[in-house]
Design a protein around this ligand. Structure first.
Ligand SMILES: *Cc1c(COP(=O)(O)O)cnc(C)c1O
Length: 435
């Protein structure tokens, strides 16, 4: 299948090229040329299917023409080696727990899938060493590093701002070793991102090395996120029979996760509508209200993985709805919560329902509490394990919470990182010496 750019100023490219390049030559985002609609029978039988079986059917719709079936099945099975359970929190309100993967956040799904797809294409090309560069303010680095851990032919360089990520986040990408190298940059997240951007623009580096990025705009990370919307629906069918008027509420930052849900709806998944739940960084909500999209600098909140002032996947949403503000508003609404409201939701949901939410999931859950209409059934995507935000969550609920074994293992590991100044020359020199 061909993938076109949302800017439509370049010709469509193959899946392989879209994955390797990440961003289109005209700076647009890649979209699949065909979004296949599944027959009703698929939805009727879905509740008998496993997460892996459902995901394989969806994966075939996007990748089946370019990846041989047996291999695609292997990629899906290896990616989803953990469950994504749907848990009932209160009447008509469910939580899709996306935090049972290696780094306890939903980004594991896309990162693990992308790692395997990239390795597959690289092998076809004779297995040059691929160097994945990723700048992180915390969560992306851990998902990508763990997703690519031990993937043959791939080296990952995680650039992060010294002293500006939490200890638990830092441990998740600095303790792995093997094909993962953590670069501790004496600057800000923006400096890290600038280093990565400069590397991609440097002619000499790109002639000598095979460089690629693993950020969330990559189709190989973006599209697999649609799998679990189908699986959530299947589980709901198992719990309540034939659900009517399903509403997904998605804690949103760069809007990749919710856009994957909108793709699922386009494939025929019977969803009535979506809610994009934001913290105070709510440019999308302002767009819904006014029809004008005005990016602005992000502000820091306790749901920090959603501190985004110019969501990159907005271009995909516009593209999906032909640029129509009315069409977008018909399927997606928005909400925004302050830190104080997020804390109150965590506290009240724990007290009243005995359900622990993380600050991101709390935005999604509160949106269901505030916005669900009679007759609707709501599913909130719980995007991270609450223990990843230990102090914030414990202070909100007023109790100590237990830390999963997986996180404890990271905490016991020894940090290994290489200090890197913000100047580009040192970074370039370092990369050239890696081969
Ligand atoms: C990345 C992230 C989000 C935002 O997801 P987008 O796809 O960028 O909208 C929400 N919650 C958590 C915990 C995240 O790590």
């Amino acid at each position: 299948m061909q993938f076109y750019s949302t800017n439509r100023k370049t010709s469509p490219v193959s899946l392989r090229e879209a994955v390797v390049r990440g961003l289109a030559a005209d700076r647009g985002l890649f979209m699949p040329e065909v979004i296949r609609r599944f027959p009703p029978a698929f939805y009727q039988n879905m509740k008998e299917m496993t997460l892996r079986e459902i995901s394989f059917v969806v994966a075939e719709a996007f990748f089946g023409e370019d990846v041989e079936a047996g291999k695609l099945k292997e990629i899906v099975d290896e990616t989803l080696n953990f469950d994504i359970p749907l848990v009932k929190v209160a009447d008509n309100r469910y939580s899709l727990e996306l935090f049972h993967g290696p780094t306890l956040a939903f980004k594991d799904v896309g990162a693990r899938f992308m790692a395997r797809l990239l390795a597959y294409f690289n092998k076809q090309e004779g297995e040059r060493q691929v160097n994945v560069l990723v700048a992180t303010s915390g969560d992306t680095g851990s998902a990508v590093a763990n997703g690519f851990l031990d993937v043959p032919g791939v080296k990952v360089f995680v650039l992060y701002p010294q002293g500006k990520v939490s200890e638990i986040q830092e441990k998740q990408f600095t303790t792995l070793g093997r094909n993962i190298t953590a670069l501790e940059v004496s600057g800000t997240f923006d400096d890290c991102q600038a280093l990565v951007k400069n590397a991609f623009m440097d002619k000499e580096l790109n002639e000598k090395l095979y460089l690629t990025s693993a950020n969330s705009i990559n189709v190989a990370r973006f599209l697999p996120q649609s799998f679990y919307y189908f699986y959530a629906y299947a589980q709901l069918c198992g719990l309540v029979g034939k659900p009517e008027e399903v509403v997904f509420s998605v804690p949103s930052g760069n809007f990749g996760n919710i856009t994957a849900g909108l793709m699922a709806k386009r494939m025929g998944l019977p969803v009535k509508r979506f809610i994009a739940a934001n913290n105070r960084n709510d440019v999308f909500l302002q767009y819904l209200r006014t029809g004008v999209y005005t990016p602005r600098p992000s502000v820091a909140t306790i749901a920090n993985a959603m501190d985004v002032g110019d969501p990159s996947n907005f271009a995909r949403i516009l593209d999906l709805y032909g640029g129509s503000h009315d069409a977008i508003c018909a399927e997606v609404s928005g909400v925004s919560y302050t830190d104080e409201q997020i804390r109150r939701t965590m506290s009240e949901t724990f007290r009243n329902e005995r359900y622990l939410l993380d600050p991101h999931g709390a935005c999604g859950y509160q949106a269901l509490v505030d916005g669900l209409q009679p007759g609707e059934t709501g599913i909130c995507l719980e995007t991270a394990h609450p223990a990843k935000f230990l102090e914030t969550v414990e202070s909100a609920v007023g109790e100590t919470i237990s830390v999963p074994e997986k996180l404890q293992v990271f905490m016991q590991g020894e940090k290994q990182s290489i200090l890197m100044p913000v100047g580009f020359n040192a970074f370039k020199h370092f990369l050239l010496n890696q081969q």
